[in-house]
Design a protein around this ligand. Structure first.
Ligand SMILES: [Zn+2]
Ligand SMILES: [Zn+2]
Length: 459
């Protein structure tokens, strides 16, 4: 009987309402454990016709006072989150082993299952979480919260906290999860790497040692970088600023060569911002800001607020690529042979042994990739433009040159002359089975042209 169990629990010593209610947490949804405990204490007092004696958490031998500190812990968390915008939270608690032991003894002494009901850990998580949510008007999220507060009960003295109504800040550790912005970039000039590329001579320091001490690095001119800028350096500072974060990481859906342009539809990317204090910047405004500052070298479009799953999406989603290339032949090629070679390559599956230029450390292997479509124009007997659509991972320069026979078939092989790509543009990066941009990966509503127009005319 529930009254007998409660009587047995009360006979173990002074226990607070929360601790008394917790073994019965599975009963009567909608009550707090303190309400359950208070009701049971009342019931036992009436049944036994004893004087009603409430127990203050400060006198409770089970929780040692912690059950009276939920408000104070919540206040400490809310203080620690001051200045950080978030919509969802989660609270986790580390409980002192001694208190966990008390919980077991409490039930055992009363002849109950040592694990019956709820643990104090869950109660603290829920009760503190409820208070944090109510104060900050945010929702709990057990899966991927914007912020996570870890409470270390050993980090403060419960009796002091009951006295003062406050908990020291170091008992609470607040973690802010990263925020993500998705978009597509175009690289309108050559010799811009996708991510920042420290100088290989000075390791990014920009200085070298001389007899007179340090001087600017000869190789990079003191910038510390191999190239003046990168897509990452164009995009990152604006997004990190807009989210008021600590730092940012650029994730691209693959990358083109440094000397290739990225045109037309652009390439998907995600900018991950660490410790953001703002999570909802206006993507349209951010886009305009980046493009204004990039001054025509790089452009971004389609910026949207994304979920963390978007990082894996851009990195792992299978994508086909479109290219435009300028090709030079060692010997004159006639129109008929050129067209016949392209016909031969159209729809074919190519075998490509790992090109030498790719990675000398990587073990060589032969991969098969399909040329979905290919067409071109012979501009002179030794020059052509070739446009193609290929499966992700197709080595295009090698499809043209044959890479000394490592790619088979190839344009050079079919024409029986050396052929070289002198300029390469990527003109499309599209998901093979479905687009990168599924709504499930976004946190905001799709932007419409008319929204943008309104923002531009009023902004
Ligand atoms: Zn207690
Ligand atoms: Zn250098």
């Amino acid at each position: 009987m529930i009254t007998e169990d409660a009587r047995a629990l009360l006979s173990t010593g002074a226990v607070c309402d929360s601790c008394l209610g917790r073994p019965f947490a599975e009963r009567s949804f909608g009550l707090t454990n303190a309400e359950r405990g208070r009701a049971l204490r009342t019931t036992v007092a009436l049944a036994d016709d004893e004087d009603f004696e409430p127990t203050d958490p400060a006198d409770c031998w089970v929780c040692e006072g912690y059950c009276g500190t939920f408000d104070a812990i919540s206040d400490a968390i809310v203080d620690a989150l001051e200045g950080t915008e978030f919509a969802t939270y989660q609270v986790g608690t580390r409980v002192p082993p001694l208190v966990e032991e008390n919980e077991r003894l409490f039930r055992e002494d009363a002849g109950l299952d040592p694990d019956v009901g709820e643990s104090i850990k869950r109660e603290v998580n829920r009760e503190v979480g409820r208070r944090v949510g109510a104060t900050t008007e945010t929702e709990v999220d057990f899966d991927r919260p914007d912020v996570l507060a870890i409470v270390d009960l050993e980090g403060f003295d419960p009796l002091e906290a009951l006295e003062s109504g406050t908990v020291t800040g170091h008992a609470v550790d607040v973690q802010v999860n990263p925020a993500f912005v998705y978009g597509r970039y175009r690289k309108l000039e050559r010799d811009i790497p996708q991510t920042e590329w420290p100088c290989r001579e000075c390791g990014g320091s920009g200085v070298q040692l001389s007899d007179d001490g340090e001087e600017p690095c000869d190789y990079c001119g003191g910038s510390g970088y191999m190239y003046d800028t990168s897509v990452e350096q164009v995009v990152r500072p604006h997004v990190v600023d807009a989210m008021n974060g600590d730092e940012g990481t650029f994730h691209g859906a693959g990358r083109e060569d440094v000397d290739a342009r990225m045109l037309e539809g652009g390439r998907p990317f995600v900018l991950e911002v660490k410790r953001p204090r703002r999570r909802d910047p206006d993507p349209g405004e951010l886009e305009r800001e980046i493009n204004d500052a990039a001054d025509g070298k790089v452009e971004v479009e389609g910026l949207r607020l994304a979920t963390h799953e978007m990082v894996e999406r851009v990195k792992e989603h299978d994508a086909s690529k479109r290219y435009r290339t300028d090709v030079e032949f060692a010997e004159p090629v006639d129109e008929g042979a050129f067209d016949a070679a392209l016909d031969e390559l159209e729809g074919t599956t190519v075998e490509q042994y790992t090109p030498e230029r790719v990675d000398h450390r990587r073990a060589g292997l032969t991969r098969e990739r399909t040329v979905y479509g290919i067409e071109g124009d012979l501009r002179s007997p030794t020059e052509a433009e070739v446009r193609l659509h290929g499966e992700g991972g197709l080595y295009v320069k090698e499809l043209i040159s044959s890479d000394n026979g490592r790619t088979e078939p190839s344009l050079a092989g079919l024409l029986e002359t050396d052929a070289e790509v002198t300029a390469l543009d990527v003109t499309g990066v599209e998901g093979e089975d479905e687009p990168f941009e599924l709504e499930a990966f976004f946190r905001d509503e799709p932007r419409t042209e008319s929204n943008d127009d309104v923002a531009e005319t009023t902004g």
